[in-house]
Design a protein around this ligand. Structure first.
Ligand code: ADP
Length: 419
């Protein structure tokens, strides 16, 4: 089975095409700058990369371009060779705890959740609608970032607010990066050779979150009602005292827009260091003695260790700690500092293995918990979940041949409109 995975952002489209017999990504691409003057189109196949510029008006144009690349590179013979499409959708609210075959009802639900994910769900839906237009017969599946965390118990997902706010407005912890945490915990369970395991997964990138997973189920996670909560991030605050915005609004003349900007874009590693959000540059600056860069990295590790320690208590122990994403996979000094805090809890890092590039296991043989560095692969996880759902839902799926015809018509219409 061949599956196309799409991640549609507000002005970008990332795509990967998988042959699920081998789970190999045959081609991947990134179209960045949709709707802007000029758009950068990147494509990668068998380690070869190509880059070009194009005018890409909207998500329909972007998806046409992506599909064309699959055909031009002879990855597919016809569009009927795309057996299903898996979409990353950020917010599934409380409704979706599983990947879901997309129909009118699901589309309405994704729209209803715009309020909770105003930056993500609208472009995610734009990608879905574009695919329905271009490939109307290809089954489409939504894989929600929040779904994996729907297994959290109420004591983990409720805030200490009046219960009516949850009942009326669904204000609760949802958690994000679920597809990544699920993938990482499944990989860890495979490495440990058993399913009943206590795993803590650290997805540390520009956006960062940590999840406690028991026997394959998320029991708590550091992001909350929005992806701002929890860890100190590249430019986001992470958890702060809820009285801080009230104080700034009431006594210091900050507007709502100011605070949105500060909390989202000017805080975190960037805000503390006053330099950059990028851990590579912060590390260089701190080695040269920059005290604010050092402070930013210290805050990051301190907060991460605080969550992991708490999660070890909630899990009643730990079998594996997993580091992943840009910082988790690359910044050995961050892993070392976080693990230093965890030594009294039986998590012992091997500093030699940790310094090596591409070590999968970085714990000492004496460590009670294994420490893994696993590159995350959200696209493959989406493809796996899409495949599984399609196999279960086979009777619902029609012949995709009519899609090819519709695509040809659309390209013709759009070319005529451009000329
Ligand atoms: P996103 O949340 O945008 O997907 P990534 O997972 O790609 O983020 O992580 C990006 C971050 O990872 C960078 O901002 C940088 O802080 C960090 N990073 C990437 N490469 C390295 C490296 N070699 N060493 C240290 N940090 C790195």
């Amino acid at each position: 089975m061949n599956i196309l995975v799409l991640n549609s952002g507000s002005s970008s489209l990332k795509y990967k095409f998988f042959d699920m017999a081998t789970e190999k990504a045959l081609l991947s691409g990134h179209i960045d700058g949709i709707g802007l003057e000029r758009c950068l189109v990147k494509m990668s196949m068998d380690g070869r990369k190509e880059e070009s510029k194009a005018l890409v008006k909207d998500h329909v144009d972007a998806i046409i371009l992506a599909l064309k690349s699959l055909k031009d590179k002879q990855v597919i013979g016809s569009y009927a060779d795309i057996h299903a499409i898996g979409h990353r959708v950020v917010h599934g609210g409380e409704k979706y705890e599983q990947p879901t075959l997309i129909d009118e009802k699901v589309i309405r639900a994704i729209k209803q959740l715009f309020e909770l994910a105003p930056l993500h769900n609208p472009p995610n839906l734009a990608g879905i609608l574009a695919c329905r237009k271009i490939l109307p017969s290809a089954p489409q599946v939504a894989v929600f970032d929040t779904a994996f965390h729907q297994s959290m118990p109420p004591e983990a997902y409720l805030y200490g607010l009046p219960y009516e706010l949850y009942e009326k407005h669904r204000i609760r912890k949802y958690g994000f990066h679920g597809t990544s945490h699920k993938y990482l915990s499944e990989q860890a369970a495979k490495l440990l050779g058993k399913k009943e395991v206590k795993v803590i997964t650290c997805h540390l990138g520009n956006g960062s979150s940590i999840t406690a997973i028991k026997d394959g189920k998320s029991i708590n996670t550091s992001m909350g009602f929005t992806p701002m909560d929890g860890l100190i991030m590249g430019t986001r605050t992470g958890s702060i005292d809820p009285q801080i915005p009230v104080f700034l609004l009431k006594h210091k003349q900050y507007s709502l827009a100011d605070m949105q900007e500060i909390f989202n874009k000017k805080s975190g590693l960037f805000g503390i260091s006053g330099l950059t959000h990028d851990v590579r540059d912060l590390w260089k600056a701190s080695v040269k003695g920059n005290s604010r860069a050092k402070l930013a990295l210290s805050l990051f590790c301190h907060r991460a260790a605080f969550f992991i320690g708490g999660y070890i208590a909630l899990l009643g122990g730990i079998d594996a700690l997993v580091f992943s994403a840009g910082i988790g996979e690359n910044a050995w000094h961050i892993r070392r500092r976080i693990c230093k805090y965890l030594e009294p809890l039986g998590v012992e890092i091997d500093t030699g293995l940790n310094r090596k590039n591409n070590s999968l296991i970085i714990s000492k043989p004496s460590s009670k918990a294994k420490i893994f560095v696993i590159p995350t692969n959200e696209e493959l996880q989406i493809a796996r979940e899409t495949k599984q759902l399609i196999l279960e839902a086979k009777p619902l799926i029609k012949d995709a041949r009519s899609s090819s015809k519709r695509l040809k018509e659309l390209i013709k219409e759009r070319n005529e409109a451009k000329n």
